[in-house]
Design a protein around this ligand. Structure first.
Ligand code: GDP
Ligand code: MN
Length: 389
């Protein structure tokens, strides 16, 4: 799960990491109030779940409350296109108005989970070359980014902060502050079950202070159940609407760009089904795991999600009936297809307990079910039906 910059900065502050004072605003009037409360120069920043806003025109300095209002007018409602949003961009619904800082230098500092073999731990990355071109730095001068792995069993040690700060050109006092920031960032990362915390830029101001000018925090969805305060920060406006519907239906769904909709029970089988569709020359429209139960209600919810995607031209159902019997699955499929007046062709591949009965029910239902036996055969049939959908 992702959150907005203004929410992430609040979290940083709670963990003792310095960030500029500021307030979120949804209207130009609120932006004026926020700017007046800050007394002085401000920066008005688009709040969307994507980076690269500076280069896309989503970050504007303002010398007075009037300028802050003008900046908020320009940014609110805009369809902001950055290298992370895709060409369609993202609509801006909120801005962050915060006090402006005089910046001398921009550093980069982040913490991620590194899953690669041999590491499998949390890794800090830091660079003296922070700011808007960090991706460029990573691609052309990776030696400018220092890494430091923290093994979960050993935990964080001050040595690691010293290792990271060695190449950042900090004075003695700044190194002390930096070590505190790193220690607190690690604490935040672990306590809140983050998957990414990034501060870019971590500014050194003209006065020599370290300040988090921009931050991005992502959370591990599987850890959210123990953080109600983080779940409250969710912004459904920023999420794929079909994925939000899926979350509410307890269906595991990821939208993709193809046209063969898939409904499968079990994540492994769902992955394999997507591979088979591709091998058969098609493109899956989604990953969808209805879970072990695959009840009639679940199937109906899944069908509704699949048919809300206008790209879907055919649906491939691949269900293994183990504890769940195939005749029950068929009854659920038939009921759900009737309830939602399904118009798309469906290929169904069932295997498991009572499979013969399950197939017979589908064939005799009078609905647009094509029954398949093997997995690859099912994928081929689905791809062939795409043209007719
Ligand atoms: P991003 O482009 O989405 O990563 O947005 P950022 O929040 O990082 O803003 C882009 C750039 O704007 C930063 O790299 C800074 O150079 C600049 N910036 C943001 N806030 C301030 C500020 O208060 N003072 C100054 N001088 N520059 C700022
Ligand atoms: Mn940034």
């Amino acid at each position: 799960m992702k959150i907005h910059e203004y929410q992430a900065k609040q979290l940083l502050r709670e963990y003792g990491i310095p960030a500029p004072r500021g307030r979120a605003a949804s209207t130009p009037d609120e932006a004026r109030e926020a700017a007046e409360a800050l007394h002085g120069k401000t920066v008005v920043k688009a709040q969307i779940h994507a980076g690269g806003r500076g280069k896309g025109g989503g970050v504007k300095p303002a010398a007075s409350p009037d300028e802050a209002v003008a900046a908020a007018r320009a940014i609110l409602g805009m369809q902001l296109v950055t290298h992370q949003t895709g060409p369609e961009g993202k609509k801006v619904r909120k801005v962050l108005v915060e006090e402006a800082s005089a910046v001398r230098k921009e550093l980069y500092l982040s913490l991620v989970v590194d899953r690669s073999r041999g590491k499998e731990c949390v890794v800090f990355m830091a660079s003296e070359a922070g700011g808007m071109d960090i991706e460029q730095v990573a691609a052309t001068a990776p030696e400018k980014i220092v890494q430091c792995a923290v093994h979960p069993a050993v935990g964080f040690s001050p040595f690691q902060a010293r290792k990271l700060s060695a190449s950042l050109g900090l004075d003695a006092e700044q190194r002390k502050v930096f070590a505190e920031i790193v220690r607190n960032l690690y604490r935040l990362f672990l306590e809140k079950d983050c998957s990414l915390v990034e501060i870019n830029p971590l500014a050194i101001t003209k006065e020599g202070r370290l300040l988090a000018l921009d931050t991005k925090i992502n959370f591990d969805d599987d850890g959210l159940y123990r953080h109600p305060e983080i779940r409250e920060l969710r912004d459904p406006d920023e999420e794929e609407p079909l994925e939000v519907a899926a979350k509410n239906a307890a269906v595991n769904y990821i939208k993709l760009d193809g046209n063969v909709g898939c409904m499968v029970n079990g994540a492994g089988l769902a992955m394999t089904t997507m591979d088979m569709i591709q091998m058969a020359g098609g493109e899956p429209a989604n990953f969808l795991d209805v879970g072990g139960g695959a009840s009639a209600e679940q199937i109906e919810k899944a069908f509704r999600i699949l048919t809300s995607d206008p790209n879907v031209k055919c649906i491939l159902v691949n269900i293994f009936g183990g504890i769940l019997r195939c005749d029950r699955v068929s009854a659920g499929l038939i009921q759900a297809a009737k309830n939602i007046e399904m118009r798309l062709p469906m290929v169904v591949r069932l295997q498991g307990t009572n499979v013969e009965e399950g197939r017979r029910m589908l064939q005799e239902s009078g609905l647009r079910f094509t029954v398949a036996d093997g997995l690859y055969e099912a994928a081929e049939k689905a791809v062939a039906l795409v043209g007719l959908g």
